[in-house]
Ligand binder design. Sequence first.
Ligand code: NAD
Length: 483
Amino acid sequence: MSGETSMSGEISMSGEISFSAQVDRNFDKAAALTDLDPLLMQQIKSCNCVYKVDFPLKRDDGSIQVIQAWRAEHSQHKLPTKGGIRYAPTVDEDEVVALSALMTYKCAVVDVPFGGAKGGIRINPWSYSPDELQRLTRRFTVELMRKNFIGPGTDVPAPDFGTGAREMSWIADTYMTMSSGELDALACVTGKPVAQGGIRGRTEATGLGVFFGIAEACSFEEDMTALGLATGIEGKRVVIQGLGNVGYHAAKFLTEAGAVLVGLAEYEGAIHNSQGLDLEAVMEHRRTTKSILDFPGAKNLKRSVDVLEVDCDILVPAALENQITGENSRRIKAKIIAEAANGPVTSEASEDLDERGVFVIPDNYLNAGGVVVSYFEWLKNISHVRFGRLGRRFEQQAYERLLRSIENATDHSFTPKEFADLARGADEAALVRSGLEDTMVTAYHAIREIRQRHQGKADLRTAAFICAIEKIALCYQELGIFP
Ligand code: NAD
């Protein structure tokens, strides 16, 4: 066992409740509101299998380092299992197990037919050269293959904290090299570059899903009035912690919809400007100075974590877990917390925020955009055809005929631009975006409806857990194993 957490107990050596125990606690709270069999609950909650592997890495300077890595497959009620691979110094068995459980529930909430999994390598990726990262990624892939912990029909990784399309392309290349002739080999991993079987829209998918989820939550007048807010995104003051893949894209789509960024944090520090920060200018400032600090017109905050306490309407933690805890939750001023990261609010903080009427949009729903579009990528890979390839031109010609009939039947004639816009057939990017929006909106309505049904007893997180538990329970019940 490594790290500060203990798989056997609920409490870590630092005295905090462990991440997996927090996920289980949230599960138990929801399970208590169902009348499902306790043994079935136990089956759903427990992690089916964990693979721990150590392997040597020869560093560029010739020294050898032993690398620790994990892959957890939480539930095989649907196959393949699915979940990202994270590179971070915090990775340990407890974290990987907790994140794999969240994947199971998340997939169920958004009706993605996968079980949950998660992997991680315990390194700080920013301290390794691209060559070293390539060597250890390929080696980890081989180790996963040896134990059948990767494959298009068994377990399909994706990017997470510290990994991206580059790492996914190394995984795909290694898997394909080792499984020559396997027709569906490219479907062994998602989040690949488009030229290597990836799908348009995967890079921004999680951030875009976060945006769709927040926008949907903010569209309910009753809920916004209770928070003292108007409906819509326009003019809402937003704070983002973490400007990586998820945080940057969430910030981008929110500001494009009219939100005002008043606080931003990266690991080196945080900045605040109540009049608004220009996202692209901050990113450019960070590229040139290697830090978001000292951005013209903004105030530096003392510590990066202070950004969580900035006065705002929507706080978007998009870095890592355990950011809002029993220690700082009372000082949070945001009216809405949108969990873009996995597990940013501890269960202790959750209770406190709930009491104070802070509206939390939970991770097990909100950051599902990545796995939704990963599902589309996997479908594309196993069907061996790009979405829109068969129908786009046919659709376009049908729309053109319709528009010409309208022009012939009326005095109206469309400008060439109007004509082209209206007649455009759906391509891959448009289909992915609309499929993602539909999924996030439909799932939000489902969990909100469950919350309404359990008025006063279930917050949105508990409602999302109930939604997942009921769907997974049905899979086991239909097998006739559990009542
Ligand atoms: P990323 O590595 O692209 O970005 C994370 C960013 O957070 C980095 O820029 C890092 O410097 C910053 N950061 C680290 N510690 C910080 C701190 N203490 N304060 C402020 N910033 C800090 O990772 P990502 O893919 O954007 O993932 C972020 C979170 O979203 C993780 O919890 C991950 O599990 C979750 N998530 C990611 C995806 C996905 O598709 N990438 C999908 C679902 C959930």
